[in-house]
Design a protein around this ligand. Sequence first.
Ligand SMILES: Cc1ncc(COP(=O)(O)O)c(C=O)c1O
Length: 356
Amino acid sequence: MNNLSDIQITRTTQSRLAKTDFDNLVFGETFSDHMFAADYMDGEWKNFQILPYSEINISPSISALHYGQCFFEGLKAYRHIDGKVAVFRTDKNAERFNKSAERLCMPQLPVDIFINSITALVDIDWNWVPSAANHSLYIRPFVFATDPFLGVTPSATYRYMVLAGPTGPYFSKLLKVKIETQYTLAAEGGIGYAKAAGNYGGAMLPARKAAKEGFDQLIWTDAKTHHYIEEMGAANIMFMIDGKLITPSIEGNTILKGITRDSVLTLARGWGVPVEERRVSVNEIIAGIENSTLSDAFGTGTAFTITCIGSLAYNGTEYFLNNPDSGKFSDRVLNKLNQIRRGEAPDEYGWNHVLV
Ligand SMILES: Cc1ncc(COP(=O)(O)O)c(C=O)c1O
């Protein structure tokens, strides 16, 4: 698929746009009028379609439902102040999409199909891209195995789909988080670095337990010792200690290579802020809070954007971030990212994929 003319388009006759309350959006609840679909069969992607958002027919024996051959991506389209629409860093999501596919023994999706499917869907649902600050059109591409076969083997057929839905800010308060020391999200050699659907299912029980204890999010620690910090819910995590931006390294392939993470590190390096990507121990963070050298702790993610942490609980003790410079760096970086995404600041790194 190289251009829009390869996509069969069926437009909705009953748009839900006018009935949508853009002032009260709940993440993941509202979908735009259309969706994109394509099939993988006989070793290639075909049947490119945009059709009205609707239920789909699937066999109850598809292997995605039984063995979890299923993964996804998450990215956003933003409305610029001049009215144009741009999708943020699609090329990076395409790259990660194919890393997930490889790890789950699923077919690669050519980057042009990934990017064109998204831009075609956003183009048709252009009016669904909100213009209010901190709002965007969340885009959810995903692939699932469709062989109706219960043998534990990679499927020969797959469905690729893209959904979209308007969304507002995810969290608007300081987070109260718990450092998880019992459950594990990912281990070396596992699938933590892939956006595998099963990773999120596996996180639900620990997250629910933490929520019952009054926490907003979990911070995952390493599987072997639980002494080193990995990531936070659906976000990467960063700390500002002694003027250095410190974040867990992606080298062990246990955490997701976040695109917001990369954007923040790129901006920080551009500003001359020292950046360290390395192992980060829980003890180092707690010491930084206790001796007030830690001035910022925040999550970075497409859905989360930049979300600051107010307190961290570890083994039953809650540590409050109370450095007078708290939030200075995260505020600066969030403002800059927002300005780039809304076309208010120069896009120095070429991150905006502007629709024409
Ligand atoms: C587990 C996990 N870590 C990190 C991230 C942040 O990645 P990104 O900045 O690409 O959204 C996400 C969000 O997609 C996630 O689900």
